[in-house]
Design a protein around this ligand. Sequence first.
Ligand code: HEM
Length: 396
Amino acid sequence: MTAAVSLDLDAMMANPFPYFAAMRAADQWTWSEQMQMWLVTRFDDVVFVDANPQIFSAEVPGALLTRSIGLTMIRSEGAAHRRFRNAADTPLKRRSVQRSWPDVITGLVAQHLAPLREHSAADLVQDFAGPFTGACLRAVLGLPDASAADIERWSNSYIGGLINNSDDPDVWAETATASAEARDCVAAVLDRVRAEPDATVVSAMANAYPDAPLSLEEITANIRLMIAGGFNDARDAVATLPWLLMTHPEIRARVAREPADFERSIDESVRWLSPVGSYPRILTEDYSSPAATLRAGDKVLVVAASANWDETTFAHPETFDIDRPNLDEHLGFSVGTHYCLGSHLVRAMVRAAVPALLELPGIHPTADPQFVGWQFRGPLSVPVAFEPSDEQEGTP
Ligand code: HEM
């Protein structure tokens, strides 16, 4: 028995949650004829899939992401995965982020808030979260020759390749251009960071394994991965939490007083709106459960956004509630070997940006954001108004 749920993929772009609920209620696996994949939507099943990479592998042959940006850690398993991940992870560990980047990130918050202060209205996505996220990634990844706008354009282009199911040649041409530009920016700094290592991710990758260093292409592919997902997902998280706090004044007052509550609000925001809604796996062998027999080579889509709204794990999942007893179990950053490498960085960004945004005098939302997508989901815009400030930074 497998679920016979009819999916309207266009409708799911606007509001996937009723479809997620129907799939969770129906069965363990939902076969999508249109996507030619099994969708796994319940919390326990997502955890099971992520805990068993030897059966449900991220090493998907012919993956559009690999065609778009090259072979990366997120489409590798075992030794190949560890080789990439261990090379990149030191600068992104919690302590490294705390040691190296707070001043830079705080400076970038101030720089990107200054133009907002001259106005009385803004869109937190376009006017703040996007440029701020691009600038943070430029600094932390270590790409001084790229602008924040380049990072945003490259991210859009790599994600365009990732969803280029129709094999549109124009999309591949754009992806190839963006891929070459990123390679040039990495190549331009390699000699310098090899001679004088610094705290950036490019430097860590360039100096890993002196006896068998990563190639330029291997470093660049993984940097593109951090641009593709890192930009899109961090921007959406930076723009969503202020709106959630503005629309939940009691929680807003608590998080302003208590840092631990603020941390919980970051997790609850990523549970409530999971920017990475799903990710693919492939069966390495046949797998039978009472619900269905899946065959080696079958593709599975892990729908973490649905698992995060599984009412058997998170009561009233539609409610933004920072007091959930099991909040730390949310799957917004995944679980297991591919757990998000950028989670500490994005936390540091949100920690610096959101309180500063909420200090804009009288800031309030002027319309509900339009959230779009289900494989990736985020706000198209978060319109706000506030009182313009007469004081310019540096004015005596
Ligand atoms: C709120 C923002 C973010 C969210 C919700 C998020 C979510 C995720 C998720 C769900 C995965 C696992 C995907 C899978 O298993 O296939 C992942 C992996 C990853 N993320 Fe993030 N991410 C965010 C920000 C970032 C940032 C800013 C970076 C940049 C450094 C980043 C770098 C990565 C990398 C490199 C991986 C692959 C890890 C591996 O394969 O071992 N992420 N992320």
